[in-house]
Structures are given as C-alpha cells and as structure tokens.
Design a binder for this molecule. Sequence first.
Ligand code: UD1
Ligand code: CA
Length: 474
Amino acid sequence: MEPLEKGQPLPPRQPDQPLVVLILAAGLGTRMKSARAKVLHELGGLPLITYVCRTAQSLGPEKILVVVGHQAGEVERAVRNEVGGRAAFVTQTEQRGTGDAVMAAQAQLWSSDNLVLILSGDVPLIRQATLEGFISQHRTSAAVCSILSVRLENPTGYGRIIRDESDRFLRIVEQKDATPEEQAVKEINSGIYCFDARKLFAALKRVKPSNQQGEYYLTDVPQILLSDGDQVNVQLHGNAREVSGINTRAELSEFENLMRRNTIRKLMVDDGVTFLDPSHAYVSAEAELGRDCIIFPGVSIEGKCVIGEGCEIRSGTRITNSRLGNNVLVKDHCVIIDSEIESNCAVGPFAHLRMNAVLAEGSVVGNFVEVKKSRLGRRSKAMHLSYLGDATIGENTNIGAGTVTCNYDGKDKHPTIIEGDVRIGSDTMLVAPVKVGKGSVTAAGSVVTEDVPPNTLVAGVPAVVKKKLKNSEK
Ligand code: UD1
Ligand code: CA
C-alpha cells in the first residue's frame, strides 16, 4: 500500500487496527547541557528511556519502534535491557525535528494501516491506563489524529493548542513561533499522539521547515490533516505532571525527588519500614525491604536489593544489588555491592563488601575490612582492618586485626582457604594459594607461604610449624 494522497478518504477503520508504538529518542537534549543523550540520563537509577519503554510494552503493541540518533548504540542497549527483542530501531542521522524523526520510521510503517501511538523518550511518568484511555477514545472516534493535551500554569517552552472561538482545535504553535497572544494559552501539546499511519505519512511529507528553528515539526501535521478535511481530536488530560517531559537537569531532579518520595512513602505505609529522615534516604524503586527495618539518614539502596525484616542500616551506607537476611545491622559508612549477608550479621562501620562477598549467618565484619569474592562462615569474625579476597573461611573462625590475603601475584588471583575454628593472629599475611587447616593458629605477624595442617601453631617470616596443638582426629 502507498501512502494516501492529499484529500483521499481513509478506508473504513478496522476496529482492531494493529497498534504500533513509535518512541522518539534521537535528540541530544540541548537543554540538558550534556555530552550524553538526554534519554540516557538516569532517573531512579535507570536510563530515562526505560520508563516509556516499559509503559509502551504494557500496552501489548504489535511493535515498538524507537527512533535513535545521538548515542544510538547506548540508547538501543538501554531499550533492549527493558523490552528485549520486542523493540526495533530506526536511525535519524541528523536531528532535523520531530517531524523528521517520525519520517525516519516511514519505511517501517507507511504501507500499513496501523494505529501509531507516538511517545517521547523523555516522558517517564506516563501511565498505562492513561494511554489505554487515550487510544480507545481515538479508536472509537472518526479522527485520524488525536492529541493529548494538558493545562499548565506555566506553559513556557511547550507547543500551545490553538482553538477557534467555538473551542475547535485549529493548530499547534511552538513557543518560539507563538505570538504574545498565543503564548498566553495554557493548554499545551503533551507530545503524545495517535495517528492513522497512512494519513500521518501523507501529511508529513508536506511539512516544511519554515519556522524559527528551521526544523520539521511533527506538530504541523494536525493542521495539514484538518485542511484536508480530516478530523483531529484533542483530549485534555487532568494530570500535567504525568505527561510532562524532562528537558533540564532541574526538571530531572524534580522527577527524581518525586519518585523517591513515592517509593519511600510506599515502603513506610505498605511495608512497615521506618525512615528516620525520609527526605535524606535514597531507595531504588526495585528494592524490597522487610518490615521493621530502620533506615537512617544518608543511606542509599540501589538497584535490585532484597533486604529482610528488622534490619538496621546506619547513616552513610550504600547497598547496591545485594541481599540481606533478617536482623542484619549495617553500621555507618559501609559500601556493599553485589553481595549477600545472611541473617543476624553485623557489618561496619566503614566496611566494603563487593563482588559476591557472602557473610554466612551470624558472622561479623568490623571497621575497615574489605571482603571481595569471599565467604565468611557462620559466626566467624573479621573485626578490624583486614583484606579478605578470593577467600573461603569456615565457621567460628576469628580473623585478627590487619590480616591480609595476599591473593594477587601481579598476574593472577589465587584462593585462600581458612577452615573452621581457626585463629588467625593479628597482621598475618596469607600468601595465596594457601590453606589453613581446621583448629590451627597463626601467631601475630606470621607470613604464611605454605599450607598449615589442622590443629597446628605456625609463626614467623615465613611461618614455620612451632607445635602441634592437638592430635587431629581423622
Ligand atoms: C515537543 C513538541 C511540543 C510539545 C513538547 C512536549 C514539536 C515540534 N514540539 O517540543 O509541541 O509541547 O514536545 O514535550 O514536536 N527528537 C528526535 N529527533 C529530532 C528532534 C526531537 O528524535 O530531530 C525527539 C527527542 O529526542 C525527544 C522528542 O523527540 O524525545 C521531543 O523533542 P524535544 O526537542 O524535546 O521537543 P520539544 O521542544 O520539547
Ligand atoms: Ca521535550
């Protein structure tokens, strides 16, 4: 099918006209004053584009098409992270306006009688229910184009909806092209539209860049359709915040605050979590916290964290993509990334857990201890100033102050195994690969270069066997 010629009537619309969502995301977002494309800036820890993709997918469309340009590769990755293979991409090489962006998708869309829902990548709060209502109104009307509008107290920067004396829609005028009279209009174009695909592209090719910005405006299309005798609907939506886009970093931070307040409020009201100062805590929308957790000021909980019941997280701590059991105490200023802490553990202050550190039930990590890719067994302790890397530590073992697993020889990483009921003396260097047998003791300051058998005391530099502590029962 070819695009319709001017004035050609649309064939009768099928009630189940397939839905295609077209997301515009090629722009740099000049007003962000950034080297990064606007839709890659993060909101609630996720790229901005994620949100509109999620909502688009919830509508169950035939296809999601994303127009990319600036940092296309990264934007595509962010989209795929959210909707997988369900999105297709078209590239707009030069950003010549929203009309040009839609034009870039023409080859994918024009030969169909699809219903095209157009969204912008920078409108994160738009809800599924709003779009469903908007689409269904469009479907049941005779309009070939529907525009979602809102009223703003301060409409500066937006395209205005211009109506005649009888309140009938006439056209959209962009801020920069508006007369002072038009600028006084408070009803604005949200940038969300439904179009019949063939009508859209037929009109789009007649759009001229004859405006202040020299751009091809998608917003000229409704007026062209009207002049062809087609019907255009404007639906006024009540919630301005929901459809407003993010254009500046100031707006980004407002949205961030709003989302954060909602997330924390929900955790307090629905999940029974205490926040000592909700305005100074940062919790990702994807995190789960159990009841009776207490979150102190200045805590950040990022990504997909699952935190059990009755945990206390003290000030200045950051927890990212980690799991905590019940009744875990995390003291001040800890960094915990991609790690797991089982129930009844205590951590910190100033501890660093990363790369799949695992603290088994009841174990304790104290101040200035770093645990990387290591497991600390049940009820074991590393209380002060230690580095535990690539180590597996058994139960009821004590790691003395200043202990270091020397896991890196400059080329490769090597494992350390410390079995249960061991006492590692202060300032012991464990030169990996090395193993300390069950029930053994290293004296303070030992440099352990060879495996220590069970129930043995070693000491010195390098450490040698001093005595057998008891006969190992085999
Ligand atoms: C646009 C509308 C305006 C509306 C506002 C709502 C036009 C001309 N104006 O203005 O009426 O009130 O949205 O938020 O459409 N984009 C591209 N390629 C381009 C240009 C833009 O992909 O060449 C994308 C952007 O990445 C963005 C979206 O289109 O996601 C909107 O572009 P933006 O520049 O933010 O338009 P506004 O000036 O906000
Ligand atoms: Ca915008």
